[in-house]
Design a protein around this ligand. Structure first.
Ligand code: AVI
Length: 334
């Protein structure tokens, strides 16, 4: 009842619309229609993505796992250089599957560090924190339920930084950076760079350009999990904005363009139809075959990565890849 009232209020006072409502209102009025992949990650979306990471076609996670496993010792040496304690801040931690490789190693080597996982899904961050407390009860962790940009904002607003504070090591794994436009990626590294001091580090996972068929398959799995993940956005809109998308009337489509390095995901309307977004009091018309563009997953070249580092005032200090050269974990040094 209380809920219904607040929904009714938000329908009449657009200035207090939720972020999702604002995105839907503007994104579905555009041509072509557009919704940001930022909104994929409600609890169900985060769960589906965890399943995607185990798919045979989704090589990204396995490649990065291999890199971290192979180089965990070197990473510890770099992070703790000069015997400085370090603070790991992981943006978009998810289930921490890959990070646990590092945490376990650092812990068994008695490294002097703390871990602050940040994720936009509360369920994901709570589960990760529980898991770590069970595995390593003495590890110092500060889980944060937040989005990347707020977390970076907080980083830069810290009280005047002392010379003797721990080294900050920002982790941004899993090619999350690929979901940003080129401008957003440059802005992201620029903001992080401004909040860091000389000697601080950023470790980022980049998916590399490779045979287009390998990339295409990763976003078109046979089980249809990627489709479910993409269409879950419509389910979320149905639930949170009282819309009536009929999920069976929409499909998933993905293209990879090797000239630009961009994989793009779309939702396709399989018939002409009109959808009602209840809370916005908005009707959205779809032609037969009309698309909503939902995601970009960019694939990088070494030259492109070097340019990102340089633009933001970083030095590329380590370049680590898996044996197939599918993926790179790269350290930028301030
Ligand atoms: C989270 N992100 C790096 C994934 C990707 O590969 O762009 C999200 C994803 N989209 C479809 N499958 C996985």
């Amino acid at each position: 009842d209380q809920m219904e009232k607040s929904n009714a209020v938000s329908a009449h006072f657009p200035e207090i619309l939720s972020e999702l409502a604002t995105e839907v209102k503007h994104g579905l009025a555009k041509t072509p229609k557009r919704l940001s992949s930022r909104f994929f990650y409600d609890d169900e979306g985060s769960r589906l993505f965890e399943e995607i990471m185990h798919l045979p076609e989704y090589y990204l996670t396995r490649s990065e796992y291999e890199i971290l496993e192979t180089h965990k010792d070197e990473l510890l040496r770099v992070f703790s250089a000069g015997d400085r304690p370090f603070e790991l801040i992981e943006l978009g931690a998810g289930d921490g599957l890959k990070t646990k490789v590092l945490l376990g190693h650092f812990w068994s080597e008695k490294a002097n560090f703390t871990y602050a996982p940040v994720d936009i899904s509360r369920a994901a961050v709570d589960k990760l924190a529980d898991d770590i407390r069970k595995k390593w009860p003495q590890m110092e962790i500060q889980p944060q339920h937040d989005d990347y940009f707020n977390a970076i904002e907080r980083l830069s607003n810290r009280s005047p930084t002392r010379q003797d504070r721990p080294r900050l090591v920002v982790l941004f794994l899993g090619s999350n950076i690929g979901n940003f436009s080129p401008a957003e990626a440059a802005d992201f590294f620029g903001k992080i760079s401004q909040s860091l001091q000389p000697g601080d580090l950023v470790l980022t996972g980049f998916d590399l350009q490779k045979h287009p068929a390998v990339i295409h398959a990763a976003y078109n799995d046979r089980q249809g999990l990627t489709k479910a993940f993409n269409l879950n956005l419509l389910r979320r809109i149905n639930r949170e904005l009282e819309a009536n998308f009929d999920l069976s009337a929409f499909d998933h489509y993905e293209t990879y363009n090797p000239e630009t390095g961009e994989a793009r995901s779309y939702i396709v309307s399989q018939k002409e139809q009109t959808v009602l977004i209840g809370n916005l009091n908005q009707r959205v018309h779809f032609d037969y075959g009309e698309i909503i563009h939902t995601e970009i997953s960019r694939k990088f070249t070494r030259a492109g990565i070097e340019q990102l580092a340089q633009q933001a005032g970083f030095k590329l200090s380590h370049w680590l890849t898996d044996c197939k050269h599918y993926f790179a974990d790269v350290i930028f040094r301030k």
